[in-house]
Design a binder for this molecule. Structure first.
Ligand SMILES: Cc1cc2nc3c(=O)[nH]c(=O)nc-3n(C[C@H](O)[C@H](O)[C@H](O)COP(=O)(O)O)c2cc1C
Length: 372
């Protein structure tokens, strides 16, 4: 591993799948809670994406977009559930491209990890297992419902392409529906979607193939995954490694390695799970490192990064290709421009996770004027 990798800069232009990106720094998906009630873009959102792109973010991943109208795990999330969204996203992608940044859209079906309008809508799950943090029980999906959601992901992927995005990310992490299918804790099915890991992966793989059919062979498709579920009986890192190998073999263009615990990861730093320790600077770094050594597609590591020099060191010493940042860019939207200009002080973000508010998600400590 790590051949000829000394003194590479995070600021050299590079290619992620077929996307020319100006640096290795990615704005990881961040739900802003600033759309209209039905998921349409607002002036605030255009402002946020303008601010990110004019401040040197190489690749922006949007907040999670809902793929069917009736399923919304949180308020204010971007919609992509019908064609009425295409024109407004074209305006967004054109704007981001004018500033030289690239942008991909994240697609999600939330499921039972929600407290939003529970009881007013049907919420799908692989099986009737209450979600551990919300205690919400979903409806175990029939084969017809699985096909419906697989198709909805694929149709949304096509809209993402039609709107001029540079790629799409399937949200397979954070205990949302796809993650629950992968998880032996949440997936108790006895049909071909449950039981063995091969069966538990089937839902995600069908989504990928159907989407690939709709977007063509050259449109980049990424997946965000949970490294391990961090509880007894959940998805293990050994299984995640096998999932990554499988995703590579079917044509996924890159994988973002996350966890389902980022809100509380700070308090878990130093603890070991599945043999690897959660790091202060890059919570899931140890897992991402291992995965970057066993697949030949780009790995994005995300969670807890604040220190530019440390990221550049990791970049030079490992096979990790990209670094995701969410909260640091809420605290300082100009962070990457500042680093590029030579001020390499770590991000101000104190990882407090107080950035979710009913009026929108913004840094309540360092950027509390909220608007850019
Ligand atoms: C306000 C907020 C909204 C988020 N929304 C999403 C999202 O829509 N999709 C997603 O995959 N992760 C989401 N995340 C998680 C981030 O992408 C990231 O994985 C996590 O915050 C850890 O990175 P950080 O330490 O750089 O913040 C969100 C995080 C925050 C703080």
């Amino acid at each position: 591993m790590c051949k000829n990798k000394t003194n590479r800069s995070l600021f050299h232009e590079t290619k992620l799948a077929n996307i020319n990106v100006k640096n290795r720094l990615v704005r990881s998906a961040t739900w802003e809670n600033m759309t209209t009630a039905d998921g349409h873009l607002t002036k605030d959102l255009y402002n946020i994406y303008e601010d990110l792109s004019k401040n040197e973010v190489g690749l922006i991943i949007t907040g999670y977009g809902n793929i069917v109208k009736e399923e919304q795990p949180n308020p204010g999330m971007m919609g992509i559930y019908d064609d009425s969204f295409i024109d407004e996203y074209k305006k967004l992608t054109n704007m981001v491209h004018r500033y030289g940044s690239k942008i991909i859209m994240q697609l999600a079906y939330g499921g039972t990890k929600t407290k939003f309008n529970v009881g007013e809508r049907i919420i799908y799950a692989p099986s009737e297992v209450p979600e551990r943090s919300t205690n919400v029980l979903g409806k175990a999906m029939t084969k017809e419902e699985i096909d419906y959601i697989v198709n909805a992901f694929a149709e949304a992927g096509k809209r993402v392409k039609d709107a001029g995005f540079d790629g799409v990310e399937i949200h397979g992490a954070h205990t949302y529906l796809i993650n629950q299918f992968l998880s032996p804790y949440y997936n108790k099915r006895t049909d071909s979607y449950g039981g063995s890991l091969e069966n538990r992966m089937r839902f995600l793989i069908e989504i990928y193939y159907k989407m690939r059919e709709k977007v063509g062979k050259d449109f980049p498709i990424f997946v965000k995954l949970t490294a391990t579920e961090f509880f007894e009986g959940g998805l293990t890192f050994e299984e995640t490694k096998l999932i990554c190998k499988k995703l590579e073999s079917i044509g996924i263009d890159g994988i973002e390695i996350s966890g389902n615990i980022h809100g509380k990861a700070k308090s878990m730093v130093g603890q070991s799970f599945d043999g690897y320790e959660l790091k202060e600077e890059g919570y899931f770094l140890e897992y991402a490192k291992i995965i970057s050594n066993i697949v030949n597609i780009p790995i994005i590591t995300v969670g807890g990064f604040k220190d530019f020099d440390n990221m550049e060191k990791i970049f030079n010493e490992t096979n990790i290709a990209y670094f995701g940042l969410s909260r640091p860019l809420l605290a300082e939207p100009n962070l990457i421009k500042r680093w590029k200009a030579g001020d390499k002080k770590p991000a101000k973000c104190v990882r407090c996770s107080k950035c979710r508010t009913p009026e929108g998600n913004y840094c309540t400590i360092f950027n509390n004027k909220r608007r850019v």
